[in-house]
Ligand binder design. Structure first.
Ligand code: ATP
Ligand code: MN
Length: 474
């Protein structure tokens, strides 16, 4: 039986077997056993006089055990039930001289080096259970709304996605690649007969499905070869990309806001134990920070705030006005000062808006066309496009989306202006030739959502095996 179930039972001398890993072993008598099913451990009490000396020696933190016995009321404080053990089978010992996860506080940096074992700590098991619950909530939200889950390709032949630097996929010999007469690498001899990369976004393909299935979403891995060594960037991350026919930008913003509130509401309801633990951890971490950088709210409070409050919606132009007149801008505290309309917003600006000015999630919309992708719908002012980003406290950008340009002539013009090869996008342009319709979509970085929901400061700690520059261990 799983420990999560056992801890709900009334003690009635029932016979059970549990299997899990030792968290602690005290006084040759008390084993705290954890099986990953919940945060809590089951206290298992053994009779050391009846247990062989050689077996006792092998019970140590990290060992895998199968324990059978009777469930009784606990004598000690801190738990309602405990297992009076009658039979111990050692499934696998863990030599305490070598096993790195000891019952003490390890730093997150240390645990990143032990990513194959870190899920055996309370923090990481709580984070990963929350991650799983959030993934379920994502599917539930869209499925209940009648969206279809589509799987867009991981290997892409279109180099026009434009969302970031890509990783090449090739089977050519790196030492001696075939060359064309002009001395370029001859990709016609590569596996796919052309240059291919790992996808940076499933959007373009998802659009084709939206214009047939109506409302769709993707939820899959995406790859960016940017050398961004930050606490919010991974080279491999999971993205959720809904794409909807007949939605304009307002519908898109409404959906994104409802979606985020729904999945966060789900974990508030279903992950209470893990959340309470992570909240305590979060507040301790915050206490260690200088006063000005401290979060004014606890973790659960922060999540509840987002669920209960309407996101602020302002245009890029309004945001620039606020930033221009802000005190950090006037005092030249921004690394990138805001002088003119048209500049791209840096994370320092996004954080100012969200954490200082509004103190609330913010949706920015109608960005300058120049700083946004070719597929975003041009506004009548011919200067801005129907883009929207959702900015979150402590996270920055969590969603990027837009209404897509559905007019063939306007789209072609933008593609040419941006120096993209039209031939590569023939199938994307076909959508505008055959039954084009207004449509919209967005991308939400799943790990940034998990970061927000768990209060973890570094994105490397919310995915089992992070891929970042210079790091693809495990
Ligand atoms: P940023 O400006 O933060 O680098 P972006 O504008 O490049 O993000 P988009 O192309 O709009 O990102 O991607 C959509 C979403 O995917 C973002 O809002 C973010 O939540 C997430 N995301 C983007 N890049 C990464 C990354 N390298 N690691 C993790 N999540 C990411
Ligand atoms: Mn973006």
């Amino acid at each position: 039986m799983k420990i999560a179930q056992i801890l709900q039972l009334e003690p009635q001398q029932q016979a059970l077997t549990v299997q899990g890993w030792v968290r602690t072993f005290r006084a040759n008598r008390f084993i705290a056993l954890n099986d990953g099913s919940c945060l809590g451990n089951l206290q298992c009490v053994i009779d050391f006089e009846q247990t062989e000396e050689s077996l006792l020696k092998k019970i140590s933190t990290g060992a895998a055990l199968s324990l059978s016995g009777k469930l009784v009321a606990s004598q000690g404080a801190g738990q309602k039930v405990e297992l009076a053990v009658e039979k111990i089978s050692l499934l696998g010992a863990a030599d305490p001289e070598e096993y790195p996860i000891q019952p003490k506080k390890h730093s997150l940096e240390f645990l990143r080096e032990k990513a194959h074992l870190r899920v055996r700590t309370s923090t990481f098991s709580a984070v990963m259970r929350m991650r799983s619950a959030l993934a379920f909530a994502v599917h539930q939200f869209f499925q209940q709304k009648g969206f279809y889950y589509v799987n867009t390709p991981v290997i892409t032949g279109s180099d026009a996605e434009g969302a970031g630097e890509m990783f090449r996929v090739t089977t050519l010999d790196p030492k001696n690649p075939p060359q064309t007469d002009e001395g370029h690498i001859d990709y016609s001899q590569d596996f796919f007969g052309k240059e291919t990369n790992l996808t940076v976004s499933g959007q373009l393909e998802a659009e084709t499905y939206a214009l047939g299935l109506g409302e769709v979403y993707t939820f899959g891995p995406t790859f960016r070869a940017e050398n961004s060594n930050t606490t919010r960037h991974l080279a491999e991350f999971w993205m959720i990309e809904p794409e909807m026919a007949f939605y304009d930008l307002n519908d898109n913003m409404d959906l994104a806001e409802a979606f985020i509130k729904s999945v966060l509401g789900y974990v508030l309801e279903h992950c209470q134990e893990d959340l309470a633990f992570l909240d305590e951890r979060f507040q301790k971490e915050e206490q260690a920070k200088p006063q000005q950088q401290r979060s004014s709210m606890g973790l659960i409070e922060k999540i509840r705030f987002v669920v209960d409050h309407q996101f602020i919606r302002i245009s890029y132009t309004e945001a620039i006005e606020i930033l221009k007149n802000s005190s950090p801008n006037k005092k030249k505290k921004f690394t990138y000062p805001i002088d003119d309309w048209g500049v791209d917003l840096q994370s320092e600006h996004e954080r100012y808006l969200v954490e200082k000015h509004f103190n609330c999630p913010v949706i920015l919309y109608d960005y300058p066309a120049k700083i946004k992708a070719f597929y975003m719908r041009m506004n009548d002012d011919q200067k801005t496009v129907r883009a929207m980003d959702i900015l979150f406290p402590g996270i920055g950008e969590i969603v990027g989306g837009s209404q897509r340009e559905e007019r063939l002539d306007v789209l072609e013009e933008r593609i040419t202006a941006m120096g993209i090869d039209k031939k590569e996008l023939w199938w994307y342009l076909d959508l505008r030739k055959f039954g084009t319709a207004p449509h919209s979509g967005f991308g939400l970085g799943f790990e940034r959502l998990v970061q927000f929901a768990t209060g973890m400061g570094n994105i490397r700690d919310v995915i089992p095996f992070p891929r970042t520059p210079q790091n693809a261990s495990f």
